[in-house]
Design a protein around this ligand. Structure first.
Ligand code: MLT
Ligand code: ZN
Length: 456
């Protein structure tokens, strides 16, 4: 008897080709999805029943949220059951005193922002994919984004989690408590575990007041080095309160302009650009700083926006990079980090010693205030994908060796998933990886939960 016909109708099980294709994959395009079926439970209890069912039949399960991941963490490639969390859409009341909000895993990041905004509050995780990415996936991957510099990563903004283990056990970790020092922190163990230890079904999020006024500046620069000089001048010299500090090179700028048909705010092209957001109004301190950077030549040109529509227009150059590059061709992606003080030297070595090993043009952007660069390689039109991916993986070894020499990270915010597994040992030691295996083994002895991800 095929187990598919045993699945309760309440979970809306489907084997329609269109659902298998859509729900069995994330934003990566390296591997093909091959799930056996998809189910859509409505609550934690039903998720527990799905996992208990899979344990009974020995079926692999892939938890699936907004599927905006970039490392194959939500790919079902070997006949697994996809467990979609999109129907877990509860959105509680904002607690304006305790500054918390309880939400289901299937609520999008943007819906959380919109829900809190009328109260003057926000959940300060801001991602280019916020319209599609869901809370469960944000937490399972400890998502980064464009405000980590100011607020820190996702794991700082959670007080409680409801999690279902592979055998169907429901864990309630934390609730709305700000302080709780009782035993091991299972909540933080689950955050960033990429769905290999348990399925997050709901969370209590920490909120913070929306920033006061802010100004957005788009600046053109000659080199990333100047960008880092600006960062030090702005943060320490002028003591500006930075909400974001992002870099992209001119190839990213050209990609966004051509795909989105945006016109450049600058009369002349430059090698790179900094998008920064500063809390506060257009005060003399910011104006003086801007003028002095122009006069010293650290900035070649710049525009400042204070109204929300103008700010949105400047942010759009940065937020549209990933989708524009994806529109232009297949991209091989890396997401690396070194300490900010090493970033300039690392970026030079990357350009001069590593970039030429890749088979296509390199597009560089990222959250340089966090030391985090996204290294994207475009498949040349004449090259077959089956030649392109292995050639990129061979070149990655040079990148990872360089990173290792800096004590850097092979995945600063995207996670490991399926695609970066071979890179893990460049950032984490053998004893650490062994300890990860032991934790996985104790919570999922049959290896059925998100099988093959992060560690084998
Ligand atoms: C971003 O910073 O826009 C995301 O991490 C996506 C990407 O790296 O492509
Ligand atoms: Zn990023």
């Amino acid at each position: 008897m095929d187990w598919f016909f045993e699945l309760p109708k309440a979970w809306c099980p489907t084997r329609e080709a269109v659902d298998l294709e859509k729900d069995g994959r994330d934003w990566t395009r390296v591997l093909d999805p091959r799930p056996a079926a998809v189910v859509f439970p409505r609550c934690s209890e039903e998720v527990a029943e799905v996992l208990a069912f899979c344990t009974r039949y020995g079926i692999g399960v892939v938890p699936s949220g907004g599927r905006t991941g970039l490392c194959g963490g939500a790919m079902a490639t070997q006949g697994e059951l996809v467990l979609s969390l999109e129907r877990l859409r509860s959105l509680g009341q904002v607690d304006p005193l305790g500054l918390t909000l309880a939400v289901g895993a299937g609520v999008t990041t943007q819906e959380v922002h919109q829900h809190c905004q009328p109260q003057g509050l926000t959940w300060p995780i801001d991602l280019a994919s916020k319209g599609s990415s869901q809370i469960g996936g944000n937490l399972a991957t400890n998502a980064g984004g464009v405000r980590v510099l100011h607020y820190g990563p996702t794991r700082h903004w959670v007080t409680g989690l409801d999690v279902v283990l592979m055998d169907g056990t429901l864990l309630s970790c934390g609730g709305a408590l700000y302080k709780d020092n009782t035993g091991l922190d299972l909540r933080q163990l689950m955050i960033g575990s990429e769905g290999i230890l348990g399925v997050i079904t709901s969370a209590t999020l920490r909120l913070t007041p929306l920033p006061r006024e802010s100004q957005v500046l788009l600046l053109s620069i000659a080199e990333l080095d100047q960008g880092l000089e600006l960062l030090a001048n702005a943060r320490v010299g002028a003591r500006l309160d930075l909400l974001a500090f992002e870099y992209f090179d001119d190839s990213c700028m050209q990609a966004v302009q051509s795909v989105r048909r945006f016109s450049s705010p600058f009369a002349e092209r430059a090698a790179g650009y900094i998008l920064m957001e500063v809390e506060g109004g257009l005060e003399a301190r910011l104006e003086d700083w801007f003028q002095s950077q122009l006069e010293s030549g650290t900035i070649l040109d710049g525009v400042v926006a204070g109204t929300s529509s103008d700010k949105g227009r400047l942010w759009a150059f940065r937020e549209n990079i990933t989708e524009s590059l994806g529109h232009l061709g297949l991209m091989h992606k890396n997401d690396v980090a070194v300490s900010v003080k090493d970033l300039s030297r690392f970026a030079h070595q990357l350009r001069n010693q590593v970039a030429s090993a890749y088979p296509g043009d390199v597009y560089l952007f990222g959250h340089v205030g966090d030391g985090n660069l996204h290294v994207n390689v475009m498949k040349p039109p004449e090259m077959a994908p089956e030649d392109f991916w292995p050639a990129c993986r061979a070149a990655d070894v040079r990148l990872y060796e360089l990173l290792q020499s800096y004590g850097g990270s092979v995945s600063a915010e995207h996670g490991i998933g399926l695609l970066k597994k071979s890179a893990l040992a460049y950032s984490r030691g053998p004893h650490e990886i062994q300890a990860m295996r032991q934790i996985k083994q104790s919570l999922d002895p049959q290896g059925l939960l998100n099988p093959g991800k992060v560690i084998s």
